[in-house]
Design a protein around this ligand. Sequence first.
Ligand code: UDP
Ligand code: MG
Length: 317
Amino acid sequence: MLISLVVPCYNEEESLPLFYKEAARVAGEMKASHGADFEFIFVDDGSKDGTLTVARRLHEDDARVRYVSFSRNFGKEAGIYAGLKAAKGDYVAMLDADLQDPPSLLPAMLDTLLSGEYDCAATRRTTRKGEPPIRSFFARMFYRIINKMSKTEIVDGARDFRLMSRPMVDAVLQVTEYNRFSKGIFGWVGFRTKWFEYENVERVAGQTKWNFWKLFLYSIEGIVGFSTAPLAIAALVGVLFCLAAFVGILFILIRYALGWQDPVAGWQSMTCIILLCSGVQLFCTGILGEYLAKTYLEVKHRPLYVVKETEENQSIR
Ligand code: UDP
Ligand code: MG
C-alpha cells in the first residue's frame, strides 16, 4: 500500500523542512501500524525563494521525496492538479506546506478509507481562530451564497486537506477545466466523504499567500464555476424592470385619460430612473461578461501549468 502526500508550495523554504520532518515522523508511525509506504510530492509553484533548492536537497537525502517545479507561479489549484497527476499511490492526500493541515490526522483518515465505507476523508475547520474577523465574515457569507446558488455542495470551512482513494483521484483528474475551484470539484465528483473536524492551526513559518482581493476573486471563480444562477438573476431583474416600466406607463395613461394635470416636470426623478436602469444593465452585462471570459479561457485549452523540472528530469545546473 502506497500513500502519496501532495504538497503545493509557493515560497515555503522555511516551512518545507519543518513539514518534511513532521510528515516523515507520521510516515514512520504508519509504516509500523498500517504497513503503509509513502511518497512525498512537493509541487514548487514557481517560488521566488529557495523552495526548489530545499526540495532538491530533500530528494537527495530521501528517495521517497519527489518534486515537480513549475516555470512560473500558476496558483495552488494548478499545483494540486500537477501533484495528483504525479502521484502513484493507492491513496493520495493533499496538505499545505505550512502545517496548517496536521499530518497527525492521517492515521485516523486512513482507517476510515480502509473500512471500505468511504472513498474520501476530508477535513474542515470548526473555528477560524487567528483570522481577521472581517475575513471570516465574508468567508461565511460566501459559503451561504454559493450553496444557495449551486447544486454542488461546498462545505463551509472545508480545507483542501483530504485523503482520497485511487478511484476518486482518477475522477478528479478527469476534470480538466482551466478555471479550477477544487472545493467544488471534490464535491462535484461525488463519492462518500467522511468529515474530520479540527480547530484552526496557525502556519508554522512564512506568510499567507492570500490577501482579501485574491480571496474575493477566488470566490467569484467558485460561483461562476459552479453555478449559472447569476445569469438567471440578471434575466429576472430585467423582467422586473420591464414590469415596473409597464406599471408606470399604465399610470401615465390613466392619469391622462382622467384629465389630471401634471404637477411638475419631474426631471430629477427621470435622471434617477435613467441612472438606475443603465446601472442595472451594465451590472447584468458584467455578469454575462464574466461567464463569457471564463468560456474564452476554457476554449483556449491552454495547459494548466508548465513543468520546468522534476526529480526525474533535473535541469543542468
Ligand atoms: N500555494 C501555492 N501557490 C500559490 C499560493 C499558495 O502552491 O500561488 C500553497 C502554499 O505554499 C501553501 C498552500 O498553498 O502550501 C496554502 O497557502 P497559504 O497557507 O498561504 O493559504 P492560507 O492557509 O493562509 O489560506
Ligand atoms: Mg496556510
